[in-house]
Each structure stands twice: as structure tokens, then as C-alpha cells.
Design a protein around this ligand. Structure first.
Ligand SMILES: [Zn+2]
Ligand SMILES: [Zn+2]
Length: 452
């Protein structure tokens, strides 16, 4: 059955709100660029109560006692868990006690094992992308299936049995909207209308509530920075036991986004020249994808030499430090004056947006995958765009049901090297520190929070 023996273990029982990174607070307060984790959370949690049963009774008819799973996780209405809650910009992430979430039809309760640290979460933490609050951030997860929501389709329970290891895509397709019905999971209307716009799942409700007060807590994707999360089944793929939980978490956003950009937007062909601007978790995954597709020249552009050094291990044939050199001129020089077939922008800044467009050859593709501060605008030379047939393409994630299983296979076969892509690991108590390090450019590749 693929079940993994797991010892029965208690959920969190400590009534505590944890200060994320007390040791780093002084450093943070001196940093003008990163103010979100600089104050102290003083919230407290009461001892476990059964207030959870109210939500349970309202939305879920399955028996809580039936939820004790073959995976060995103790699940009951009075159980609770810890999750990293974002309250507002300039207030630190806090570890709060939340009621154990309840999955509904077509959803799975996952014991979260790892969650990647992504710039999209950072945009939310810094208030650059508005999102419902309080919320649990984190959208790049692996974990173990604990429970299926009641009335979940039998095909889903067969595909993802209790105890199976899974990876979750950050775009969680509803499976039934106009775009999902065409296989364009990456454009799912429900995901954007409910999750990204309201912080809920597709019945308009969150699955997360504070343990102490029952106050709703919204979900950025599945709210992955918590000990448990509820994920719509269409967002999940089975993870083989040969792949580790921690490194595989990045399949759900960094690798997923890179795959979508290179496969669906850029349609990279063997021999193409590719430039990637911004060598973070997503950008470095783009380098590996370009290599997998047989791109000839793969040019990594960043302002940190350590990231460029690492880029060479991930497939870059050339590197450009955009502080020391003019990135556009250098890319043209490397490509004999023509420019690249494909340039990927993975930073989300107006300046690099323009550089990307200027770096492509006539008829080339500029693929934009970096989310920017809300309201940011990129400029394009209209006449060049028209006369030289430049294609500017936006790309957001990939198609969970089609693509995620393929990414798992790429990782399993070693074509995509997960181990090289993940450079730092944190505990859930250090999640605030992880985002601070990300904000300060200290993370080479991707960091992952391990959740015990
Ligand atoms: Zn992400
Ligand atoms: Zn949909």
C-alpha cells in the first residue's frame, strides 16, 4: 500500500506563542530593508479546548474518531497544531496554536513535513502584495496523507491513500472551472477568486482557526507553514519514498514555476540560448530546466557572486554580475550580438523586466515569472516589439495535474537535482529568520523549513 510506519505522536501541547528569532531581532531592527519580523508577538494560547468541535460540526460530517489514520497521527476535534501566522506588515511572524484543520470533500489533511521559503510569501510579509490577514503563509510543501475529507471521490482516495507521501503545488486547481476543464490548471478561476483574493478554499471558507478564540485564519495556498494543512486533491502528487521530504518541497513552487516557464511559455528547444535574470530558488531551477531541455548557451545574471558561482553547478555556461557589467550588453556579446532566444525574468522588478526584453534576439521570447510589488509597471520599446516580433509572455506556476507528476519523475531520475537546489534548512521556530535571510539576499538557491 505504500504506507509508512509512523509512531503515534501527540500534536503540539505547549501553550506558547514563540518569538521567531529573538537572537536576530537586534540585527533586524538595524535593517531598513526588512521590517516585518522586528517586533515581539505577545499573543498567548489557552490550554486545548473542544471549541474546534463547533467548526467541525458546521462543516464536516465525518467522525473525528475515524480520523485516527493508518499513518499513526492522532487526529481528534480537540487536537491542535502550531502554524506560522502573519498578522500585518511590520509585525513578526508568530507561532500560534490553531485548531486542527478539517478537510472537506475533495480535500486531504496532510501532516506537513517541509515547506519552502519563497519570495511570494515575502511579498505578503512585507505588505507588497495585499493578502487577507491573519493568515498562515507557506505554499511549497511535502507531507504525509492523514485523512480524506468526507465524500471524497474514490479515485482520489485510491490515488492518494492515507500514509502516502505527497508533494503539493502552490496553484491548487479546483478541477471544474472553465480553465481547469481545458487542462489549464495554472489559470484556475476558483484558485484566484477564492484563495488568492480571499485566503480561503473554494467554498469561501478557510480551514484554519485560532485554537484560543476560534477566530478564522486565512490560507496562502494551503497555509503550508503549519504542522498540518488541508490541500485540494488536484494539487497533490505522490512522492516516491526514494525522494526526501525536505528537498522535494521545492517541487511545488520553485521547480513548478520553472517548469511552467520553460515548457509552456518559452517552449525551449535543444540548442536555444537562454538567459535567466535573478538566480534565486526559481531562477536557479530555470537553469536546471534549460539544461534538461538541451539549451546551448545558458546565461545566469545576478548581483551576488556566490549565486553566480552556484549557477555554474546548475547548468549555467556563462555568468554575468549585473553590478560589474551591463547585463544586456554582455548577453549580446556572448550571443554574437544577436541576443538570446529566451530571457527569463525571475525578480519582478521594472528594471530587470526591461533588461529581459532588451536581451532577446529578434523574434525572441521574454518570459516574466517574477512577481512584483503591486502596481509595478514594466516599460517596452513599442516599435522594437512590433517590428522585431518580440514576444513578452507572463507565466505563473504550471499545471498541477499534468506537470507535477512529471516534475517528480525528473527529480527521481536525477535530471533535476534537488539536493543542489536546496542550500539552507530551518526549523519551524526559525521561519521568521528564514524570511529575514531571504530578504537580505543571504540564501543561495532555496531554503526549506523542516516541520517535525
Ligand atoms: Zn513560491
Ligand atoms: Zn479551476
Amino acid at each position: 500500500m505504500g504506507f509508512v510506519p509512523v509512531m503515534l505522536r501527540p500534536l503540539a501541547t505547549r501553550a506558547s506563542a514563540v518569538r521567531w528569532w529573538a537572537a536576530a531581532a537586534a540585527a533586524a531592527s538595524a535593517s531598513a530593508s526588512c521590517s516585518f519580523p522586528t517586533t515581539t508577538n505577545t499573543a498567548t494560547s489557552s490550554k486545548p479546548t473542544t471549541s474546534f468541535a463547533r467548526h467541525y460540526a458546521a462543516g464536516d460530517r465525518s467522525s473525528p474518531s475515524s480520523s485516527s489514520s493508518a499513518a499513526g497521527y492522532h487526529v481528534s476535534p480537540s487536537s491542535f497544531m502550531r502554524g506560522a501566522v502573519f498578522w500585518e506588515p511590520d509585525r513578526p511572524l508568530s507561532l500560534e496554536q490553531l485548531q486542527l484543520p478539517r478537510p472537506k470533500a475533495g480535500e486531504l489533511l496532510i501532516k506537513t513535513k517541509a515547506c519552502g521559503v519563497c519570495h511570494s510569501d515575502l511579498h505578503v510579509l512585507k505588505g507588497e502584495i495585499p493578502f487577507s490577514a491573519p493568515c498562515v503563509i507557506g505554499h511549497e510543501i511535502t507531507g504525509e496523507v492523514v485523512e480524506h475529507g468526507p465524500l471524497t471521490d474514490r479515485k482520489i482516495t485510491h490515488r492518494l491513500p492515507v500514509g502516502s507521501h505527497v508533494v503539493g503545488a502552490f496553484i491548487m486547481p479546483c478541477g471544474g472551472c472553465f480553465y481547469c476543464s481545458k487542462g489549464h490548471d495554472d489559470l484556475c478561476e476558483e484558485f484566484f477568486a477564492y484563495n488568492r483574493a480571499k485566503g480561503t478554499l473554494y467554498d469561501g471558507e478557510t480551514r484554519l482557526f485560532l485554537h484560543s478564540s476560534g477566530k478564522p485564519v486565512y490560507m496562502y495556498s494551503m497555509g503550508g507553514l503549519a504542522e498540518y494543512c488541508v490541500v485540494p486533491a488536484h494539487a497533490l502528487a505522490v512522492l516516491p519514498s526514494s525522494l526526501p521530504y525536505t528537498e522535494s518541497a521545492i517541487l511545488g513552487c520553485a521547480v513548478f514555476t520553472a517548469y511552467g516557464a520553460m515548457t509552456h511559455a518559452a517552449e525551449v528547444r535543444p540548442g536555444d540560448s537562454v538567459a535567466v535574470v535573478g538566480i534565486g530558488g526559481v531562477g536557479s531551477s530555470c537553469l536546471q530546466m534549460a539544461r534538461a531541455y538541451g539549451a546551448s548557451d545558458i546565461i545566469a545574471v545576478d548581483i551576488h557572486d556566490e549565486k553566480l558561482q552556484k549557477a555554474k553547478m546548475l547548468g549555467a555556461t556563462h555568468t554575468v554580475n549585473a553590478i560589474k557589467e551591463d547585463a544586456v550588453e554582455k548577453i549580446k556579446e556572448i550571443t554574437g550580438g544577436a541576443g538570446v532566444d529566451i530571457a527569463v525574468e525571475a525578480l519582478g522588478k521594472p528594471q530587470t523586466f526591461s533588461q529581459c526584453v532588451e536581451s532577446v534576439r529578434d523574434g525572441g521570447k521574454a518570459v516574466m515569472i517574477g512577481l512584483a510589488k503591486a502596481g509595478s509597471v514594466g516599460e517596452i520599446d513599442i516599435n522594437r516589439l512590433v517590428r522585431r516580433k518580440i514576444k513578452v509572455i507572463g507565466s505563473y506556476g504550471a499545471r498541477a495535474r499534468q506537470d507535477l507528476p512529471k516534475l517528480v519523475r525528473l527529480a527521481e531520475s536525477g535530471i533535476f537535482d534537488l539536493n543542489s537546489a536546496v542550500s539552507r534548512k530551518y526549523k519551524i521556530e526559525e521561519a521568521g529568520k528564514a524570511f529575514q535571510d531571504l530578504d537580505q539576499g543571504k540564501i543561495i538557491g532555496r531554503a526549506v523549513v523542516e516541520i517535525a
